[in-house]
Design a protein around this ligand. Structure first.
Ligand code: PMP
Length: 398
């Protein structure tokens, strides 16, 4: 039967990673993959994580199963981190959370949960969005539609287009919105636009699904969650998928969470058993390691302070490079306006250059980015930023 299988197209980013690895040019620059790198181009383990792992090694006394919802201490911390301590949805016991294998696991569980609640639901995603959103939701059997979001000509949000599309979404459908650091554009909603979104969700009766893969990478832990907190204040029900891959640097440990907000605590209890039955049918129980690391950090005031500091370092480094790109390109005599880069947040921005220029950067200069011109800003550092700016200037001049 396996002989019947047909080849499947792989994610273009994986091909890009392989090509980068094989490139012998010592000046090569990887701006493809969405992983934080420091000034040395290294994805280091955070110090707070190392300390939390040492604690775990010392204190762990059992490897028995942790249950379908995962680590309850972690779940409680992650709810407070996202919604803010004392948020009304937490006080009213309207939230149920399961820790999951990464943010991707959270999204897949959310998709299966939606399918249980409304088998005919369509999920609406931003145009464009993280490519895996679409393939994952389709794999879960949901209809997927896109709504207007990023405007490639203005390099900003097409607000009117977005709200015109969302005004057609019926009750019973789900609208995915990125909490912050939109992947791939870096273009986030302003607080006023979050308010408008929340009002529309309430009016139309669609259910928001907030994907928060980068809390703390944009403007700060609370600032990045401000929109979703307002949304949770306004609507009766929503879903939240969070990830600790980026903000705790725990990529390979696969730790994230899915939270369901229901209209009242009774519905929430029923939502909980449904959520757990989805978990049971996919992977039964999540891996514990990442959750316990995060819980150990957030249990300790000292480790939390260290984490805040390390997170701020990552955030500030990216934000500094956003400004540096603009300055260095201007220094190379580039006259095009790149000021949009500092109006965007998180790991990514579209450079807005064409396919031919992207190919030249790759073939002539060994600078790798995906074909949409999305660059992962954290791939830049003091030893490659000048080379990057010179090379971009060269391809822009033609
Ligand atoms: N959502 C978005 C928008 C992402 O960019 C990512 C990671 N690239 C994820 C979810 C999933 O993250 P992970 O599974 O690595 O935690």
């Amino acid at each position: 039967m396996f002989a019947q299988l047909q080849p499947v197209a792989t994610d273009p980013i994986l091909g890009l990673m392989a090509a980068y690895k094989e490139d012998p040019n010592p000046n090569k620059v990887d701006l493809g993959v969405g992983v934080y790198k420091d000034e040395q181009g290294h994805t280091a383990v955070l110090k707070c994580v190392k300390e939390a792992e040492a604690l775990r090694l010392k204190n762990e006394d059992s490897k028995t199963y942790i249950g379908m919802a995962g680590d309850l201490g972690f779940n409680s911390h992650i709810e407070k981190l996202a919604f803010g301590q004392g948020h009304k949805v937490l006080l009213a016991n309207r939230v149920t959370t399961a820790h999951t294998p990464g943010g991707t696991g959270a999204l897949r569980v959310a998709a299966e949960f939606i399918k249980k609640a409304n088998p005919n639901a369509t999920i609406w995603v931003t145009s464009p969005t993280w490519a895996n959103h679409i393939s994952m939701f389709k794999a879960a059997g949901l209809n997927v539609k896109e709504y207007t979001y990023y405007d490639y000509s203005t390099k900003g949000l097409n607000e009117e287009g977005m709200f015109a599309d969302l005004a057609t979404v019926p009750a019973g459908d789900v609208v995915l919105v990125h909490a912050c650091c939109h992947n791939p554009s870096g273009m986030d909603l302003t607080f006023a636009q979050w308010q408008r979104f929340a009002q529309l969700a309430k009016e139309r009766g669609f259910t928001p699904l907030v994907d928060m893969a980068y809390q703390g990478f944009g403007s700060g832990l609370d600032e990045d969650a401000r929109g979703l907190r307002y949304l949770a204040d306004t609507v009766d029900e929503m879903l939240l998928c969070s990830s600790c891959s980026k903000n705790f640097g725990l990529y390979r440990e696969r730790i994230g969470a899915v939270s369901v907000v229901s209209a009242d605590s009774k519905i929430s209890d029923i939502a909980r058993v449904n959520l757990l039955s989805v978990v049971r049918s996919i992977y039964s129980m999540p891996p514990a390691h990442g959750a316990i690391i995060v819980a150990n950090i957030l249990d300790s005031a000292e480790l939390t302070a260290l984490w805040h500091q390390e997170l701020a370092e990552m955030r500030n480094r990216i934000n500094n490079y956003r400004q540096l790109i603009i300055d260095k390109l201007a220094g190379e005599g580039v006259t095009q306006d790149f000021s949009f880069i500092t109006r965007q947040h998180g790991m990514f921005s579209f450079l807005g250059i064409n396919k031919e220029q992207i190919a030249r950067l790759r073939n002539e200069f060994s600078i790798y980015m995906v074909d949409s011109s999305r660059v992962s800003i954290a791939g830049l550092n003091h030893s490659n930023i000048d080379y990057f700016a010179r090379s971009v200037a060269a391809v822009l001049k033609g």
